[in-house]
Design a binder for this molecule. Sequence first.
Ligand SMILES: O=C(O)CCC(=O)C(=O)O
Ligand SMILES: [Fe+2]
Length: 326
Amino acid sequence: MGSETARELPKIDFSGVEPASPGTESWNSVRAQVMQAMESHGCFEAIYPQVTPELRESLFRTAVKELFALPLETKQRNIHHKPFHGYLGDIPALDYYESLAIVDAPLPHATQSFANLMWPETGNPTFCETVLSFSKKVAELEGMARRMLMEGLGVDKYYEDLINSTWYLLRFAEYQAPAQGEEKKLGYVPHRDTNMMSVVCQLQKDGLEVQGNDGEWLLASPSPISFIVLAGNGFRAWTNGRVGAALHRILVGGDVTRYSVVLFSVPKKDFLVEAPPELVDEDHPRLFEPYYDDEFVRFCVSEEGTKTMDTLGAYNELIKARKAEA
Ligand SMILES: O=C(O)CCC(=O)C(=O)O
Ligand SMILES: [Fe+2]
């Protein structure tokens, strides 16, 4: 016994907790599970029926479908100056992958201007309504998980500051099925997210895999009411390594095209990612030099950054070397 259970991601039920309920018994019990899962795996599966299966269905069957069916030139209007914040397609090593992103998705004007760009004649009100209610609810889940972790680490006094210093990016991705009969292919290379936390929603059961501590890949298999919550390098740095960033990848196989919608919490441009003093002491020396997310992302897409699996570690060495030179 045990071994099969241990191969699954920790599963945590958020159905009884609400953003306004810190301190309740159910909040505290979920918080203990979140702490344990994040410290051991850097991720967990969240059961979260607050996003109903109906909302998920309309997101994937209507909004996402309509979006990817647009002509390539239209999708390419989704431009953003920061790498990985706009349209992505035709990327070497990501042969099956295409994606679009909305910066500040939970804000009505941001989703509306994205829709105006994609559907200039109508602004697609149904798309906006679905995407807005989805991203607002998922942002609440991210906020609760982040708050619980901060409480668990004794640094929740920074919660409001941190929420005000991050914004949300919503990314829609399509992974083409490889030719029929072929074996599974890498849809997205193994990586750790650069941002604070990511919440993955997928319609199909498989695709996303997370590396366990023993190096084995664990298949995430969320249900129609669950999500995968992953800690990224931003949160790893901010928590001085108390929370590890989950290494993950996407495998695609069979003849079903995979779709995902992921909400990322991202440090704002002027926010210095730096562990608070409460998380640094003799037993926990400071692991990472303070940095700005934009510069870290630029490093991650550079030749040097793409050569390493531990982007944060390599970037940190670079900052230290630059400081020593100065
Ligand atoms: O598409 C997914 O499910 C996740 C992709 C991913 O890991 C990412 O965009 O960082
Ligand atoms: Fe990722």
